[in-house]
Design a binder for this molecule. Structure first.
Ligand SMILES: Cc1ncc(C[n+]2csc(CCOP(=O)(O)OP(=O)(O)O)c2C)c(N)n1
Length: 815
């Protein structure tokens, strides 16, 4: 027999493997038309491969470069569909539908972002959790936006229905004046019970309206939980990330998060992504939302398979879910399930979709409920079952009505019990100082390399210098101060995780946390060798992203309060690429959700003539976000202060995000070096007074580099009556310390705030009213650059001129 027909057959199959998903029957309403592909048309209509690849599952996987992965999917697709538990699916579809209907009838005119039109999300999640539990999964971190969230809280996070319904009753508004969040953003925790009796702890992450930004946060949380679990953490804990179709395609952070998931410092053994795809975004249709046929196509940039599935074929949905989950466990890879359904109502239930999509919505109105059509397919009379379930939900609704307090839908893991949020309490302060012997021992470890390690001569010089610093033979610089803070914390059992662009070496060549053998490029991490039984030190160079990476580290800090978790911007100027994470999570997370974080942002800041985007971390923006002791905003004025600040952050029980404006040229500035003896002083000083001036007539107050420049100039001028104070902690404002220090200078006639930033930036707006309050009648003036649309000049010479003028004005006495 000739082999030709077999070869031809294989070629046809290959065309379907490659392009079949483009002609699959994916839209339950048959309204959106699949684009098809010419190679499929050539194969004719009745080919077996068409049945497999153009049915209600469209597998898009031929872009995977790994043949084993392609073969794995091919075999699964081409073998008979596994049996599914249809009665169980039917019950879940009825429940998902009636949960929404009871809400609709009881709370008419209230937004709930119903799941109707895509209720098979619930059996899909059931299958994923069931299969995952079978593979040893005990924890699932779940992220999703508004759509169907309340349904998921009940059916997946296992919160009793009356607790979820209680959000609609809004019984105790006074308890949340100015704080709290809407019900479809709240997190929930609970225990999902699989049909085989296993338990999976569900952590549905709290999220802001800002779509997609929760994805990297959930990934960071997953990684932290995995780190806590140890070696097989990636098998015991996984992330399930749900997305809207419009948001998945449009938000850049999705692309960042997908990429992050494949990188060593950030991977979690594969996230299972589900696009809850209703083929619409608010009023906007798919053709306006993404340029290629599917919202999911973004994922094809990476070797990630996509299973498109018609949400109205529940058996296929379950099959796709199982394949996705199995793929995740087989290859520790991300995977996407694109669950394609529709949206039965408007964007919310108070929005009329017939204005923008009249024909589509005429079709939707005539379309039967999924549980009804599925019951019909099974030949089951599910009406009595549905009536019983409706009665159950109605009773739950009555229970919710009777509640006097809105229940909290989550419990925090026990590792949070030792930590506090709320207002600053001085009683929480701890000693951060360390005796010289201790520092010497750490220095010894930090400055030694294995005998056979080929060290770069520049690094050797740096380690020799650091060794001298640690022995007290030379003042300590910032890089060494940080290494000593890290080393000492690791010895005390505090794990450290640091990430950022080029953060292992440090943008300014100041960190060198990972040493590279010049002959072999093998790595040696001195901070991994500071003591036997020490805590873990992890430093990662991140991808060139701000939003997803900071979101990830915030997430990590949420599930590892014992650790010092730091994110470093290349220059502070770039932190605004992560503004959503800063505004929505870091600044507001405690206020909205009562959730704490001790994440640290290291933001290189300072005016050094490097241009508009290498000068300012936008101090003003952080100060505008500061209220209710939500964050700490600091700029340590010398190396020892930086050491104390980092240690304070890790050792205090107060878990608050810390924003640190870190030095660039000041890293090695002689004024900012600290003698070793300073490291034994116990406390971070929120206000650093000027011990060179006994009785000041004028007090210049500033933060960061400009203070050192002012001091140098003052000495040159032999001015003994002008003090320069550093406000090392801008927020919370150290009012008592300030008043106490001012009382030591009864002759001080005026206070002058001096900043490098233009008048519309920097701390000026924030600090002036505070200074006026503590000045108790003395005049307060300010010296700053003129208001400007961009933070700094592009000319190094113009910068010098401006800087000279600032200093001159600051030291000139007012009339
Ligand atoms: C970053 C961001 N931009 C805009 C919005 C406003 N918004 C809320 S939902 C929505 C449509 C989302 O569509 P899709 O992602 O498809 O989810 P669906 O609501 O259809 O489930 C928009 C534009 C938002 N919440 N976040």
């Amino acid at each position: 027999m000739s082999t030709k027909p077999a070869v031809a057959q294989e070629q046809v199959f290959d065309a379907f493997r490659r392009w079949g998903y483009l002609a699959a029957r994916l839209d339950p309403l048959d309204y959106w038309h699949p684009p098809g592909h010419p190679e499929l048309d050539a194969a004719g209509p009745a080919h077996h491969a068409r049945n497999i690849y153009c049915g209600t599952i469209g597998a898009d996987f031929m872009h995977l470069p790994d043949p084993a992965q392609r073969r794995w999917i091919q075999e699964r697709m081409e073998s008979a569909a596994p049996a599914v538990d249809q009665p169980a699916i039917l019950e879940r579809l009825i429940r998902a539908q009636l949960f929404e209907q009871v809400l609709q009838s009881r709370y008419l005119g209230t937004k709930r972002f119903s799941l109707e039109g895509i209720t098979s999300l619930i059996p899909l999640l059931d299958e994923i959790l069931e299969s995952a539990a079978g593979r040893g999964c005990e924890y699932a971190v779940v992220a999703m936006s508004h759509r169907g969230r309340l349904n998921v809280m009940h059916h997946i996070a296992a919160r009793p229905a009356h607790e979820v319904f209680a959000g609609f009753e809004d019984v105790d508004p006074r308890s949340v004046l100015g704080s709290g969040d809407v019900k479809y953003h709240l997190g929930a925790t609970g225990t999902y019970r699989t049909r085989s009796g296993r338990a999976v702890n569900i952590h549905l992450a709290s999220n802001p309206s800002h779509l997609e930004v929760v994805a990297p946060v959930a990934m960071g949380r997953t990684r932290a939980k995995q780190a806590r679990l140890g070696k097989d953490g990636h098998l015991r804990c996984m992330a399930i990330l749900m997305h809207g179709d419009a948001a998945f395609a449009g938000q850049g952070v999705t692309a960042e998060a997908l990429a992050l998931g494949g990188l060593r410092g950030f991977r979690t053994g594969g996230s299972v992504h589900i696009i809850v795809n209703n083929l619409i975004g608010f009023t906007t249709s798919p053709g306006e939302l993404h340029p290629s046929p599917f919202s999911a196509d973004l994922a094809k940039r990476l070797p990630i398979p996509i299973f498109h599935v018609n949400a109205e074929d529940p058996d296929a949905v379950v099959r796709a879910g199982r394949m996705a989950l199995d793929f995740r466990y087989a290859f520790q890879s991300d995977v996407v399930v694109d669950l394609i359904g529709f949206r039965r109502h408007g964007h919310s239930e108070v929005d009329d979709p017939t204005i923008t999509q009249p024909r589509l919505y005429a079709r939707i109105q005539a379309h039967p409920l999924l549980w009804e059509s599925y019951a019909k397919k099974l030949g089951a009379d599910a009406v009595p079952q549905a009536e019983a379930i409706r009665a159950e939900f109605e009773a739950e609704q009555k229970k919710a009505e009777a509640l006097e307090k809105t229940p909290l839908l989550r419990t925090l893991p026990p590792y949070w019990s030792a930590y506090k949020g709320g207002d600053h309490d001085p009683a929480m302060e701890v000693d951060t100082g360390l005796p010289a012997e201790n520092l010497a021992a750490i220095t010894q470890a930090l400055t030694a390399v294995p005998a056979d390690f080929h060290i770069h001569p520049k690094v050797k010089r740096l380690l020799d210098e650091r060794a001298r610093m640690g022995r007290g033979e030379k003042p300590v610089d910032y890089g060494m101060a940080e290494a000593l803070a890290f080393g000492s914390l690791l010895r005390q059992g505090v794990p450290i995780r640091l990430s950022g662009q080029d953060s292992r070496r440090g943008t300014f060549n100041h960190r060198h946390s990972v040493l590279i053998d010049t002959a072999t490029e093998t790595e040696y991490v001195p901070l991994g060798h500071v003591a036997g039984g020490q805590a873990r030190f992890d430093a990662y160079n991140s991808m060139l992203s701000e939003a997803a990476v900071l979101g990830f580290e915030y997430g990590y800090s949420r599930d590892y309060p014992e650790a010092l978790v730091l994110w470093e911007a290349q220059f502070g100027d770039f932190a605004n690429g992560a503004q959503i994470v800063i505004d929505q999570f870091i600044a507001a997370g405690e206020d909205k959700w009562g959730l704490l974080s001790g994440v640290v942002l290291l933001l290189p800041h300072g005016y050094e003539g490097q241009g508009p985007e290498h000068s300012s971390a936008r101090i003003e923006r952080f100060l505008q976000l500061a209220a209710e002791d939500n964050i700490q905003v600091c700029q340590p004025s010398d190396a020892a202060q930086y050491f104390r600040l980092l240690r304070r952050q890790a050792l205090r029980a107060w878990r608050k995000p810390l924003v640190v404006f870190t030095p660039k040229s000041m890293l090695r500035h002689p004024e900012a070096l600290s003698p070793l003896g300073d490291f034994s002083r116990p406390r971070f000083q929120t206000l650093v007074p000027d011990r060179e001036v006994e009785r000041a007539e004028r007090v210049l107050i500033c933060t960061g580099k400009i203070g050192h420049e002012l001091k140098i100039e003052r000495r040159k001028r032999k001015d003994t009556r002008t003090a320069v104070w550093f406000l090392d902690q801008l927020y919370p404002f150290p009012e008592a310390e300030f008043a106490a220090e001012l009382a030591r200078h009864p002759e001080a006639r005026e206070l002058v705030w001096v900043q490098e930033e233009p008048a519309n930036m920097g701390a000026l707006f924030y600090v002036l009213p505070l200074l006026e309050r503590v000045a108790a009648g003395r005049p307060v003036r300010s010296v700053k650059r003129s208001a400007s649309a961009s933070p700094a000049t592009g000319s190094a010479k113009a910068h010098e001129l401006e800087q000279r003028t600032l200093i001159t004005l600051a030291l000139a006495t007012s009339a």
